[in-house]
Ligand binder design. Structure first.
Ligand code: DHB
Ligand code: FE
Length: 283
């Protein structure tokens, strides 16, 4: 018996997407193609709801600020309230955690030499709630527990892609050693190319994004060697969020000697606010 990674899911987390859902604007011409692109995944997810999601995301100076900057933080609490990012908390359900599995992952991954910060209490912002809304819509309660796994990609120094992939592999080993047969999805969120600030604000790089998706699927180890400065140069200052996708990718079977993943869904759309939206479902 062990916990199994049944799928990995990748998606951007643009806050305006959450606003469009909350204000019922998803059928407006600007948003319709974006939400249509997620519809097959929502359907697939309804048929393949996991027991637990490990949701890798970044906090945007909501739960953490310049006073405390954990590189990797795992949410071990039983519940995580929705953050107020300045306009009031989004009208979405609170996030229920999975303290037992989260504590097990912390134990295992820390003993594999990754220094996780253990967080029992934190609010979760659009980095976590927008991916849930994209894949589950507007339920009364989220359909399964979610373990928030926050990565610092906001304040330098940020972790390397290589370290993120290795961390994903360590999480997989932790799941292998868990003594309950849970079906687990690992989500990598943020990206794709976008820059919100400075002279290059508005930057989008379709070619980079397309190659990133190709390599994430077929050559994650090679992709993990890309230095962080290349993310910033090619995908913009906030494009660095993409390193988080390598954590989710590292949990897949092929990196532990198993078969290559199957692509269930691949979608790319520009624009959503200032961001190129990318999405994958791999099993
Ligand atoms: C936008 C994108 C982000 O990833 C974010 O955290 C905030 C804003 C945007 O495109 O507007
Ligand atoms: Fe962001």
């Amino acid at each position: 018996m062990s916990a199994t990674v049944t799928a990995t899911v990748y998606t951007s987390h643009v806050p305006a997407i959450g606003v469009a859902i909350d204000l019922d604007k998803t059928d407006e011409p600007y948003w319709q193609p974006l939400f249509a692109g997620y519809e097959p995944s929502r359907q697939w997810m309804a048929d393949n709801t996991p027991d637990v999601i490990i949701l890798v995301y970044n906090d945007h100076a909501t739960a953490f600020g310049l006073d405390v900057i954990p590189t990797f933080a795992i949410g071990t609490g039983a519940r995580f309230p929705i953050a107020d990012e300045g306009w009031g908390p989004r009208p979405v359900p609170e996030v229920e955690g999975h303290p037992v599995l989260a504590a097990h992952i912390a134990q295992s991954v820390i003993q594999q030499d990754f220094d996780l910060t253990i967080v029992n209490e934190m609010a979760v912002d659009h980095g976590l709630t927008v991916p849930l809304s994209l894949l589950f819509g507007q339920p009364e309660a989220w359909p399964c527990p979610v373990i928030p796994f926050a990565v610092n990609v906001v304040q330098y120094p940020v972790p390397s892609g290589r370290r993120c992939l290795a961390l994903g592999r360590a999480i997989r080993r932790a799941l292998d050693a868990y003594d309950e047969p849970l079906r687990v999805q690992v989500w990598g969120t943020g990206g794709m190319s976008h820059q919100l600030q400075g002279p290059r604000a508005g930057l989008i790089n379709r070619e980079f994004d397309s190659q990133f998706l190709d390599r994430l699927i077929a050559d994650p180890t090679g992709l993990s060697e890309m230095p962080h400065v290349d993310y910033v140069r090619e995908a913009g200052s906030e494009g660095i969020e993409l390193v988080m996708w390598l954590i989710a990718r590292g949990t897949m079977a092929d990196l532990a000697g198993g078969p290559a993943p199957t692509v269930r869904r691949r979608f790319y759309h520009v624009p959503a606010s200032n961001t190129a939206v990318g999405h994958l479902v791999l099993t």
